[in-house]
Design a protein around this ligand. Structure first.
Ligand SMILES: Cc1cc2nc3c(=O)[nH]c(=O)nc-3n(C[C@H](O)[C@H](O)[C@H](O)COP(=O)(O)OP(=O)(O)OC[C@H]3O[C@@H](n4cnc5c(N)ncnc54)[C@H](O)[C@@H]3O)c2cc1C
Length: 499
């Protein structure tokens, strides 16, 4: 009826089968033990919600409203005590080595109770992912092992990512926009390192972090070809914190200003230089974009999970209200119109979840998790005790390890794989965060005046969820990135990021 040749040609027509379904391709390759491990992660998150998050969520929001300068150390210490800052760091770098996609399910759980607290944990992994995307194994090993030590001696060691500048937010998320943007953070090459001047703003967890992964540019006239990634430790000379933003939502998670004044970064803390990027297969500029794609394919799925969590939080509050409140002598939950609204909200959560899960399947076969998730690598990491990895830790400091990782990860990834993972990352980011907002609006509609009260929790979720549409690239930027990665590739006449 149909020849093999025909099948091949038809499934490669747009939309290409490989771009449409990641789960079907990925599922047979997945290690079975990931299922049980993911269930354990979800259970831990639910326990943490019950014991730590739920009792303090509204109190923390009010406290931050009254004193925006307050730093929620007590919560960070609890998360550290529970092991959340090393849970998804591979054992070879001193962490607990849980499977990477399980983090997104965890994020949804915590976010369903409080987005600020979810971000206090999640953004540490944005820092970790950005550091990891330099594939500088020496620096990853150094910082990740400090995080692990901070867990053992109960002194949290968090990592932030500093990329946004006062005049450039969207522009730093896409190299085609970088050279048109108002970039000011300058890294001047000096003997033995770089001298950095400039300011970063809206850096989540800034004031709480021990390490900051900072992106600066060695030539401000052509930043797209001169990206420098380095790690700065809190307390470094020439580095200081500025103001904390007084935000409308996610108040429990500080957004900080980072100021660099003639801040000297020694070569040993430089993670990736423009010269090193020239050696990558794609050259300097395209490799800078590939690094962004690597990180955001994962972190945007994470923000998608936050969106699913927000959608779920709003739904759960609305469901509780409908179960307890009578309208015209009948419980709201027994009114057909309310049942339709609750069903619609349930559907929004399910679709939001599917979008981030599908993205993580893509990351597992084509992106960041590819090597960690192959069956041999996964079981090796799972079964072998941490002490064994610790014995060989110094291997990670050797330049050949960095070269090996860069060759495999950067040069080994095809353009199609980059487009697929990044396109899906953007899809889940804007789809799920829009669902979060949608469910907040529906919950408020269903609950009437009660929904507006702080103690009901929905107005807080609404304020918190709005921020999700902005960070990790605005939803507009993410729509453009999806267009660029998954639509424009089949339409050579389409020009993106040209305005
Ligand atoms: C709570 C919070 C936490 C954050 N945490 C961090 C962090 O930890 N680290 C970090 O580095 N940054 C962080 N950010 C910054 C965040 O990534 C930026 O806010 C975001 O990228 C948008 O940039 P902007 O706010 O400067 O908006 P702008 O870039 O000024 O955009 C303004 C508007 O114009 C639109 N726009 C801009 N350019 C284009 C274009 N070319 N095409 C179409 N539309 C465009 C945008 O979509 C938006 O609607 C955080 C932000 C928030 C709100």
């Amino acid at each position: 009826m149909i020849s093999r040749k025909e099948i091949k040609s038809l499934i490669n027509m747009s939309p290409k089968f490989d771009d449409m379904v990641n789960s079907l391709q990925s599922a047979p390759k997945l290690p079975k033990a990931m299922v049980k491990e993911t269930q354990k992660v979800i259970a831990i998150a639910r326990k943490f919600n019950r014991e730590v998050v739920r009792p303090s969520v509204l109190g923390l929001d009010l406290k931050m409203h009254e004193n925006p300068n307050y730093l929620p150390w007590e919560f960070v210490e609890k998360a550290n005590e529970w092991g959340f800052y090393t849970m998804w760091i591979p054992k070879m770098f001193g962490g607990q080595g849980y499977n990477q996609p399980s983090m997104a399910y965890f994020a949804e759980e915590i976010a369903s109770e409080c987005l600020a607290m979810a971000n206090l944990i999640g953004v540490h992994y944005l820092g970790m992912a950005s550091l990891s995307a330099t594939f500088n194994t020496r620096m990853i090993n150094k910082i990740a092992r400090e995080v692990a030590a901070g867990e053992k001696n109960q002194t949290p060691c968090l990592i932030s990512l500093a990329i946004t500048e006062p005049g450039a937010g969207t522009d730093v998320e896409e190299v085609d926009l970088l050279d048109k943007g108002n970039i000011t953070c300058h890294a001047e090459k000096v003997p033995g390192g770089y001298k950095v001047n400039g300011t970063k703003v809206f850096i989540s967890n800034g004031h709480l972090s021990a390490w900051h992964i900072v992106i600066a540019y060695s030539d401000l006239k052509k930043p797209s070809e001169n990206t420098v990634t380095f790690a700065v430790k809190t307390g470094a000379q020439g580095f200081s914190f500025g103001r904390k933003e007084n935000k409308m939502g996610q108040k429990g998670c500080p957004a900080s200003e980072l100021i660099f004044k003639d801040c000297f970064i020694p070569d040993e803390n430089v993670c990736l230089t423009p010269r090193e990027m020239e050696n990558f297969k794609r050259g300097n500029k395209a490799s800078a974009m590939q690094m962004i794609h690597y990180v955001v394919s994962v972190t945007r799925a994470g923000v998608g999970a936050f969106g699913a969590g927000a959608a779920r939080g709003a739904y759960e509050k609305a469901l509780k209200f409908a179960s307890e409140t009578k309208v015209n002598g009948k419980l709201l939950i027994n009114h057909e119109w309310a049942q339709c609204m609750l069903a619609e909200m349930y559907k929004n959560i399910a679709l939001a979840r599917l979008s981030y899960v599908e993205t993580n399947y893509a990351n597992g076969i084509y992106g960041f998790y590819k090597n960690l998730q192959s069956k041999p690598a996964y079981y090796y990491n799972k079964v072998v005790p941490s002490k064994w990895f610790d014995r060989f830790s110094s291997m990670m400091d050797k330049p050949f390890m960095t070269n090996l990782f860069r060759k495999r990860q950067m040069d080994g990834q095809t353009d199609e794989e980059i487009n697929r993972t990044s396109g899906w990352g953007s899809l889940s980011k804007f789809a799920a965060t829009d669902m979060g907002i949608k469910n907040c609006r529906m919950a408020l509609d269903l609950m009437g005046q009660a929904g507006l009260r702080h103690d009901r929790g929905v107005e807080k979720i609404y304020r918190d969820a709005k921020l999700l549409q902005i960070y990790e690239g605005t939803n507009q930027l993410n729509r453009l990135n999806l267009f660029n990665c998954l639509i424009a590739k089949d339409h050579p006449q389409a020009v993106v990021f040209d305005e």
